[in-house]
Design a protein around this ligand. Structure first.
Ligand code: FE2
Ligand code: FE2
Length: 403
């Protein structure tokens, strides 16, 4: 009875090897995808919710029973190592979803390879999230088991990659674009990990994690909004990269200023407000072709009425992508507890965005954003550590301050 379960895994391994070799659209790639998708459907005819667990030792568990045939199967360890400890499918799974999942696996394996490089070993290791993703036993993220996620995995590797990117920049190295794009791809897959689009917003646990979680959230929100506005996949990805990197310049801000719990002095404010210029410089120095991301880094604190910073010498309109990231940035900043301000509840933030529409925010973009969040409310999932429940924000205090 485990025949189809074994056959699917063989097809999976074959598809992974093939996809690693051939570009999108290549016939070999399409054939491997057809094969693994057929085997998945064979499996789904005998089991409505096939579930695999890859436990890291060379063991594969299929629906609670070890698959003897797959002992010492190489991929079990590799999948576990990149955060795919549990893999579950349901009947709604589409071929494209399977393809995206396989691409994500390959992207993560590439990250893992970079992981063993010397630079990667130097990354700070003081902060961990635990599993931020979903896993069958994580009840807090289990929404409706019967109708939700087809493919489940965690976001820990993406978070780790962002920390590493930031530490690379801190050390004066050049921006590792490939890894940034890999993170965006991983987040994009996470976003679509459900039939309904899911926004995997991370909830802040430790203050130092702010830059990491904020970058991921703005990346996801920017992609979601771009998609909501009907943009094509490539543009959506470009907005994701811009969102991910919008605050990159903060690596140039001294920790005492960046993490100061109280109000900033005028001088400190000046230093803090240099992060858009610094970020644009860092991005352009590393990747001149990332001009959109550089423009967004430069403009993301500029309001539609010209307020904010930095100031243009000659007034002009901000790029559409900057206006889009601006609203995502403010939304995520306000929903986070900061040392100087409690998190705002979602409703209050949306009201704020509406009120400032046409003044601070581009009217059309602000409108689309608030509609998107309201529309997706059930799909907006707060992801946090495995153990800590999400604490609802206490009553809001002082005026907002963007991120
Ligand atoms: Fe920000
Ligand atoms: Fe910022």
């Amino acid at each position: 009875m485990s025949g189809a379960a074994v056959q699917f895994l063989h097809g999976l391994a074959q598809a992974l090897s093939t996809l690693a070799l051939y570009p999108e659209g290549h016939t070999s790639r399409e054939r491997a995808l057809d094969l693994v998708f057929t085997r998945l459907n064979d499996l789904l005819t005998e089991n409505e919710h096939p579930t695999y667990s890859f436990l890291g030792g060379d063991e594969v568990v299929y629906n609670d029973l070890p698959l003897r045939e797959m002992q010492n199967w190489d991929w079990s360890r590799r999948l576990a190592e990149i955060g795919v400890q549990r893999l579950q499918f349901d009947r709604t799974v589409q071929r494209e979803e399977l393809e995206e999942f396989l691409d994500m696996v390959l992207a993560r394996l590439a990250l893992k390879a970079a992981d063993s490089s010397e630079a990667r070993q130097m990354r700070p290791s003081g902060i961990r999230y635990g599993l931020v993703g979903v896993d069958g036993s994580d009840t807090e993220l289990e929404m409706d088991a019967a109708s939700t996620a087809t493919i489940r995995f965690t976001l820990e590797d993406e978070a780790e990659a962002i920390r590493w990117i930031h530490s690379e920049m801190l050390d004066g190295h050049s921006l590792p674009l490939l890894e940034a794009e890999t993170v965006v791809r991983g987040l994009s897959v996470a976003m679509h990990g459900d039939r309904q689009i899911m926004v995997p917003l991370l909830r802040l646990r430790e203050f130092d994690e702010y830059t990491t979680t904020h970058s991921m959230n703005v990346c996801v929100l920017a992609m979601a909004l771009a998609e909501w506005l009907g943009m094509g996949a490539q543009d959506v990805r470009a907005f994701g990269v811009a969102g991910l990197l919008h605050d990159l310049g903060k690596v140039k801000i001294p920790k005492e200023v960046l993490l100061k719990p109280g109000k900033l002095t005028a001088e400190e404010r000046l230093i803090m407000n240099s992060h858009p210029v610094e970020g644009a410089k860092l991005i352009l120095a590393a990747q001149p072709e990332l001009d959109t991301a550089a423009v967004v880094a430069y403009e993301h604190h500029i309001m539609i009425n010209g307020g904010g910073y930095p100031k243009f010498t000659y007034p002009r309109n901000c790029h559409q992508s900057s206006r889009l990231v601006h609203v995502c940035d403010v939304y995520d900043a306000l929903r986070t507890n900061r040392p100087y301000r409690d998190a705002w509840p979602a409703g209050k933030i949306l009201a704020y965005i509406e009120e400032r529409s046409g003044v601070e925010f581009d009217g059309e973009i602000a409108h689309a954003f608030t509609r998107m969040i309201r529309d997706w409310e059930p799909g907006v999932v707060e992801m946090n550590s495995e153990t800590e429940p999400v604490v609802e924000a206490p009553a809001p205090a002082a005026a907002p301050s963007g991120g």
